[in-house]
Design a protein around this ligand. Structure first.
Ligand code: WT7
Length: 600
């Protein structure tokens, strides 16, 4: 274990709510946590958007800033809670007028523009289901997710529509309406101007009764094989968004909160939109792309107090300003408002934690969770000591366990039973006891894969972890072949399938190759069909083909030709072996493949 523990020396702003971890866990109940929310008047249920927006708009927080969007050109759009309440009501009316109702999916393919926030929250008010898509996806992943989600409505821009959707529209018969954000004069054929519709809509909307278990969000995530999985989340997830932000991120109403995650992924939804609004805080959103100066400027100018980011972003900052100094760049910005920095999505090694401490003046708090968990499950709490390199300890209300693994690297579930490992230093698959409010309620239309995610009363995470003698969890690696690149899960099967649609490709195997900044980059090994030569032209052609279809976030960065891909006895490409060879590891030692920095 890295020797150092970063102790909280009780600075003045340490909150009182989690200075005693054991006490906080012992006295916690989800029932009590529910009372933090208001519910719809007259016992008409619980609606996420009511809790996040209207509830505050009905109080003196109506004039507090809910959202500050820094546009690409550096202009800032500001919405108070009152503004956000009215804008989301207009959007809800637009859906109602279009005949889009309860449970119907509304997909968003947008950057961090104000309309994203109003579309998401307006859909929730209308008791519809929000399905966010990643704007760096190419046409194939977008069309596939629109089809799998059975989306009725898509909210996007004219440019993204033309580039990613228009060519596939005839194959998406369920997609009835495409609403275009931006200049009403630029509304492609077959779409509607959102501006024109919202301008005509009333700005008060009565939220229909909403059951806490009604479907609210649909987030796609990738597995080892098959199509992307649509994880279903419900309105009562709000309870876990609220509590996790309270304990792990120390969020309060007077905070200015910036989450750098893309709104196409679960972090950008749970913490980029919902959790800070549930707390009545101010959300800062940046429509622009990563740039070290831009990011420091936003932190300083917007007086950000709590910052939630990712290891890839931190590594990019670390490249511009190494821990060894000089610290000229960050030192030229006033970061004095910042009181907490937290990270999620990939392993954060001790160097990242210590870089924060030395360069930003605040150690980085690692947090762990997944699309399926909907909210933070394990964290280095805001008010507690940090163990650099550790994911932290389970949140109050979260029961975690380490399960013994079988031959295939996943938890041993033979006979329908699992074995919980209790000894200090136990290593195995991380499992969680179902029952927290933001737990996914299944993969849409996929009872088989839903059932496979549970065994013997546990949810199986697919991650391998070690728990130390004091109950802290340390990430070891993934138990499957899914690739984490720049914090985003990439399904190797999706990439292999796209490559195999190219006439030159007979077979493909896709792995993550370790990368100092992105964590992993997507790398493909390709067997060519007879008559095709492994030339630089073929490689360029394949790279461009994959990029066109999959988009830059998913397409392979590298392609190697291999006439003899290794196969399992059942004929599947052995990705783990490809990875062992790529890393120069002994081929027999497959268990060690994904080992990152772990306690020693
Ligand atoms: C997978 C989940 C967390 C929401 C955004 C990503 C990896 C996540 C950590 C961490 C090491 C981490 C795991 C997990 N992961 N946080 N702190 N340390 N690995 O959600 O796309 O569903 O990815 O991200 O492998 O299973 P996701």
């Amino acid at each position: 274990m890295p020797g150092e523990t970063i102790r909280k020396d009780t600075p003045p702003r340490v909150p009182p709510h989690l200075d005693d971890y054991d006490e906080a866990c012992a006295s916690f109940s989800w029932e009590q946590a529910r009372s933090r929310l208001q519910g719809l008047p007259g016992g008409r249920g619980l609606n996420l958007a009511h809790e996040a927006v209207d509830r505050h708009a009905a109080t003196d927080r109506a004039t507090a800033v809910a959202l500050r969007c820094v546009r690409r050109d550096d202009t800032v759009t500001t919405l108070t809670y009152g503004d956000l309440s009215r804008a989301t009501s207009r959007f809800a009316h637009v859906l109602r007028t279009l005949g889009v109702g309860r449970g119907e999916r509304v997909a968003t393919l947008l950057g961090r523009c104000p309309e994203l926030y109003t579309a998401v929250l307006g859909t929730l008010k209308n008791t519809g289901v929000v399905c966010p898509l990643f704007s760096a996806f190419g046409p194939d992943p977008v069309a596939q997710r629109l089809r799998l989600s059975d989306a009725r409505v898509l909210v996007t821009t004219a440019e993204l529509y033309r580039r990613k959707v228009a060519g596939r529209r005839t194959r998406l018969p369920g997609l009835r309406h495409v609403l275009i954000v931006g200049d009403p004069a630029d509304t492609p054929q077959g779409t509607l101007s959102l501006t024109a519709l919202t301008d005509r809509a009333a700005d008060d909307f009565t939220i229909p009764p909403t059951a806490p278990g009604d479907m609210a969000l649909l987030h796609f995530t990738s597995g080892t094989t098959g199509t992307p999985k649509g994880a279903v989340h419900v309105h009562e997830a709000a309870v876990a968004h609220w509590t996790s932000a309270y304990y792990a991120l120390d969020l309060r109403p007077d905070d200015v909160f910036w989450c750098t995650a893309d709104p196409g992924w679960v972090t950008g939804m749970s913490y980029g939109i919902l959790a800070p609004l549930l707390h009545g805080a101010t959300v800062v959103a940046d429509e622009g792309d990563y740039d070290a100066r831009r990011w420091y400027r936003i932190l300083a100018q917007r007086r950000v107090t709590v910052w939630y980011t990712a290891p890839t972003a931190l590594r990019m900052l670390m490249r511009t300003t190494p821990r060894t100094g000089p610290y000229d760049l960050p030192a030229s910005y006033d970061l004095s408002a910042l009181r907490l920095v937290a990270s999620v999505g990939e392993p954060l090694n001790p160097e990242g934690v210590l870089w924060g401490r030395d360069v930003l003046g605040l150690p980085v708090h690692d947090t762990w969770w997944q699309t399926e968990t909907g909210a933070i499950m394990i964290a280095n709490f805001a008010a507690c000591d940090i163990r650099p390199g550790s994911m932290g300890r389970p949140l109050p209300g979260v029961e975690a366990a380490v399960l013994r693994r079988g031959e295939d690297g996943r938890a041993d579930t033979s006979g329908g039973r699992v074995t919980v490992l209790r000894e200090p230093g136990a290593e195995g698959e991380l499992a969680l006891r179902p029952g927290w409010p933001s737990m996914f309620r299944g993969y849409l239309h996929d009872a088989g894969r839903t059932a496979a995610a549970f065994a013997d009363g546990w949810y199986l995470t697919g991650d391998v972890v070690r728990r130390d003698a004091d109950g802290w969890y340390w990430f070891v690696g993934r138990a499957d072949d899914v690739v984490k690149s720049a914090g985003h899960l990439v399904g190797p099967f999706e990439v292999e399938s796209a490559l195999m649609e190219h006439p030159a490709v007979a077979e493909a195997g896709v792995i993550g190759r370790p990368d100092p900044v992105a964590g992993n980059v997507v790398k493909a090994f390709v067997t060519l069909r007879p008559g095709h030569e492994p030339t630089p032209e073929t490689r360029r052609d394949l790279l461009a083909f994959a990029r066109r279809r999959l988009g830059p976030a998913v397409a392979p960065r590298e392609i190697d030709f291999d006439p003899h891909l290794p196969h399992t006895r059942s004929g599947k490409v052995m990705r783990r072996l490809l990875r062992a060879r790529e890393l120069g590891l002994p081929e027999g030692d497959l268990s060690a493949l994904e080992r990152t920095e772990t306690p020693g």
